[in-house]
Design a protein around this ligand. Sequence first.
Ligand SMILES: CC(C)(COP(=O)(O)OP(=O)(O)OC[C@H]1O[C@@H](n2cnc3c(N)ncnc32)[C@H](O)[C@@H]1OP(=O)(O)O)[C@@H](O)C(=O)NCCC(=O)NCCS
Length: 294
Amino acid sequence: MSPADAEVQRRRWRALVDERLPEAASGRPDWPVSRNHCFARILLDNACGGPWRESVAPPAWANMPPERLDVALALGEAVLEGRQDLAVLNHRSLLWRRKRPVPKPPASLPGDGFALRRWRLADDAPFAALCADPAVMRFFPAPKTARESQTEARALARRFDEDGFGPWAVEAPEGFVGFVGCWRPARPLPLGALLGRETGLVEIGWRLARPAWGRGFAIRGARLALADAFARCALPEIVAYTADLNAPSWRVMERLGMAVVGGFDHPALPEGHPLRPHRLYRLAAADFLAGDAA
Ligand SMILES: CC(C)(COP(=O)(O)OP(=O)(O)OC[C@H]1O[C@@H](n2cnc3c(N)ncnc32)[C@H](O)[C@@H]1OP(=O)(O)O)[C@@H](O)C(=O)NCCC(=O)NCCS
């Protein structure tokens, strides 16, 4: 960006947070804030995916990378036009700053013709059936026994109590068809070099019964789960990974707008195993939000 363009961008920013948003606030009693520095905090935090001072030295208008300031500007315009909910953006900023506790997970997240919901004991049988299906498990080392599936279902359901989020059960018109959602990786993976950090990873994943494929449950369910994880839980970034051979799964990642980070060998699989080469994707809260704002 040329110095002249950068100056225009900064002027737009100052006009947005010092004048346009505070002026609009006088007609918006539902907005949680009305002062310029509060608008700046909310927009900059959401553009950075966390407290902005953790990644940018103050003053933000001078030091923020221009593409991030563009995201903050787009969010501000979306707030003014009613396309973004300022209360949600503020909630997320306060969660990141640890000024609010993570609210408890809801019982369900409604979708169009399906829902994501908390697990029930009655899900054991259909979950065991799909985990025993060699077609569903063709990109896993092996199908699972009923006992292994039950143990996994209990562990997945417990994530909600431990972390406040987890892999949701997918409720289709015919009943339980699998899971979609976010969780902390159960085992350490060699992702530090690719991501630039080792800790705090949260991944998203999905496993659906064969009759549920091709109906958009993975992509639409993932969008609901991501919106919840980024808004209610204020997670800054979510990753996803799958075997190179698992095209149906990485196609979902790409349709979600996740960016490929690189490849790695899954440490649980031996050298030469066809499922060992994996690809890693990431999605930042700020980019998901910018997609929403566009
Ligand atoms: C990975 C998996 C969940 C992907 O399932 P999927 O059916 O391909 O993905 P979706 O549920 O998002 O459905 C997308 C498809 O539904 C279609 N679709 C139908 N209605 C739709 C709607 N309303 N919205 C979006 N897509 C819709 C899309 O066009 C797309 O079909 P296409 O791939 O032929 O273009 C599934 O293959 C699976 O469970 N595999 C086994 C387990 C597994 O490997 N898990 C991943 C481990 S990393």
